[in-house]
Each structure stands twice: as C-alpha cells, then as structure tokens.
Design a protein around this ligand. Structure first.
Ligand code: F2R
Ligand code: MG
Ligand code: MG
Length: 314
C-alpha cells in the first residue's frame, strides 16, 4: 500500500467526521437549495453519535484482528455520551447491555424484528478502510459490526453496501456512477437493491438533481434504505468533497448522517487532501476529537498496509 492509499484511509475516517459535524446543525430540517456549510470557526464543529461510534469501531479494529462482538459492545459503551444524539433503538440496545442482556441478544428485541435504521451504516467506514483489499472480508466484518445494534436485514445491508463503497473508492481512487451501478449486485435485500437501482438511475439521468427531488426520490430519513442510496448518489455525482457534503446538507432530513456517509466515500476516494483545510481545522479537538481521530486513522492505515490483500490492489 503506497502513501496515497494510506492518505485515503485517513480521508475516509476524517471525511466521515467532517460530514457529521458539518451536517449536525441542520439535522431534521427540510430540503433547502440555499443551505450552506456552517462557518468553519476553528474547533467549533461538534460531532454526534455517527463519529463517536465510528471512532469506537476504529479503536476496536486496532485492538482485535476482526470484529469481536463482545469487545466491540464494550467499546461502544465506554465511549457513549448521551449528549451526542443517539438514535432511539441504539439507546435501547446500550441500556439493555448495561442491564446485563448478552451483547448479541439485545438488538433482536427492538421494533419487531430489529432496527433498519442507518446507525450501522453511518459508523461502518473504518471497516471498509481497514479491509479494503478484500471485499469478502469487508462484507463479513461489516455484518458482524452491524448486527450488534441492527438486527433487521435492511439495517445490516445498508452498512454492508456503505462499507463496500468506501473500500471501492479507496482502492480505485474514485467513486463514480459506474461504481454505484456496480454495487447493485452486492445488496442482499430487495429493499436496498431497489433503492440503490433508483439512485443509480438518477445518477445517470440527473447527476445534479435539486435537493427536493433527491429527498423525494431517494429519501432523507434515518432508515438505511432511504439514506444510504442518497449518500452514494451524492458521492458518485459530486465534483469535489466540498460540493458533495454541501449537497448532503441541502437534501435536509438526516443531514449529519447522509453527509457523514457521503464524506466517508469522498474522503476514501480523494484522501485527506481533498477535504478543505478550514473544515478540518473546524473540528472539535477535545479528548476524542480531531487529533484523536487523525491518530486513529493513521494507525488504521498502518494495519491496512500490513494486510497482504491490500498489496494486491496497489
Ligand atoms: N437520533 C438522531 N437524531 C435525533 C436527535 C438529534 C438531536 N439533535 C439531539 O441532539 O438529540 N440521530 C442519530 O440517529 C440516527 C441513527 O439511528 P439508529 O442508531 O439506527 O437508531 P434506530 O432508532 O435503531 O433507527 C432510527 C429510526 O428508524 C426507524 N426504524 C428503524 N427500524 C424500524 C423498524 N423495524 N420499524 C419501524 N421503524 C423503524 C425508527 O423511527 C428509529 O428510531 C442517525 O441519524 C444518527 O445521527
Ligand atoms: Mg448523528
Ligand atoms: Mg443523523
């Protein structure tokens, strides 16, 4: 793995962080073609559950060779800060673990068949970055990392597709409409296959569709099937990292999460250098802020570089 690929591992993680922090203030708002990225005052962009869980997952991938559900659950618990705005289902799972429910049993008790929320997809980029040389491994590890909180097949499928998109962007140094179309065969559920097909068709016919149309046709809510394809459409059609994240904010709804997923794919394609420097400077930098994320990302790149499968893709 060369220096450029290492930079793209770092870009995937920091791209997620930047997208989440830039999108957090507008989460829940309507589509708005005039919405701008917040003023990038140094240290002022706070992250939410998307980044907190992604950093916990990255930490876990450095302590274990692959996803170990018991240890990953303990990482999520150790890093949990309620003020970061976690989804209802994930909060229930964390409470059940705290009460002593076995870690692999809590998620199945939610929503009559498990959650299809986007909480597994929003945090999964470190898996795609770490195992990018081996798509089969990406799939298997993403499934294990997701099922802990999201037992519904669509919740897991959204995370698998998002992780594969990050891995592909990192390997190929781009993520375009052709790559989006190619991901279709990777979706395991009818719901994700269909919504990904709609995203692919929109990327081909209207790569610059207005935010209201993107929200109406692809979705902007916190379900996996109505947010992962939206993020991938935006990543596949964006002329730059900045434009992709700004468009994600304009789509409205679950803006922190859609921008986090768009940012992870665009960061994986373009590396850290593709992210505007003032946006990186704007990230909060407390105990587990920007410096911590950068250090983790570099260590993740070291791990990925030591993987024989990564060498096959240089
Ligand atoms: N929670 C939020 N945002 C609201 C609060 C933010 C506010 N600014 C604050 O400061 O407090 N955002 C985060 O939640 C999303 C990820 O959600 P996750 O972790 O997947 O949670 P959950 O609850 O499992 O799923 C989300 C919703 O989807 C619906 N749903 C899921 N499965 C369902 C099923 N089987 N049947 C019916 N509905 C289902 C529910 O409405 C869930 O609550 C991200 O946006 C993250 O940023
Ligand atoms: Mg969030
Ligand atoms: Mg969100």
């Amino acid at each position: 793995m060369d220096e450029h690929q290492r930079d793209r591992v770092v870009g995937a993680l920091l791209g997620l962080f930047v997208g989440d922090a830039a999108g957090a203030p507008s989460e829940g708002g309507p589509p708005d073609p005039g919405r701008a990225v917040p003023e990038p005052a140094p240290g002022r962009w706070s992250y939410t559950d998307d980044t907190q869980m992604a950093l916990a997952l990255a930490e876990h991938l450095l302590e274990a060779d692959g996803v170990d559900p018991e240890r990953l659950a303990r990482r999520f618990q150790a890093r949990y800060e309620p003020r970061r705005g976690y989804g209802y289902g994930t909060r229930q799972v964390l409470a059940a673990w705290h009460a002593g429910t076995p870690v692999t049993e809590a998620a199945g008790a939610l929503f009559d068949g498990g959650s299809f929320g986007n909480g597994a997809a929003m945090r999964v980029a470190p898996v795609g970055a770490r195992f990018h040389g081996d798509p089969w491994r990406v799939r298997a590890e993403a499934e294990r990392a997701s099922a802990l909180t999201h037992a519904h097949p669509v919740g897991v499928d959204g995370a698998v597709v998002q992780a594969l998109a990050v891995a592909e962007a990192l390997r190929e140094h781009r993520f375009d409409p052709q790559a989006l179309a190619g991901l279709g065969a990777q979706a395991a559920t009818d719901r994700l296959r269909q919504s990904r097909r709609t995203a692919s068709a929109l990327a081909a016919s209207a790569p610059d569709a207005p935010p209201g149309r993107v929200a109406a046709e692809l979705g902007n809510d916190s379900s996996a099937q109505r947010s992962v394809p939206t993020a991938l459409y935006l990543a596949a059609t964006a002329p730059s990292f900045a434009a992709g994240v700004e468009r994600a904010l304009r789509v409205g709804g679950d803006t922190d999460t859609i921008a986090a997923m768009t940012g992870a794919v665009l960061g994986a394609a373009g590396g850290l250098q593709a992210i505007p420097a003032p946006w990186l400077e704007a990230l909060e930098d407390g105990a587990h802020g920007r410096s911590w994320a950068l250090a983790l990302a570099h260590r993740l790149a070291d791990r990925a570089a030591a993987d024989p499968a990564a060498a096959d893709h240089e």
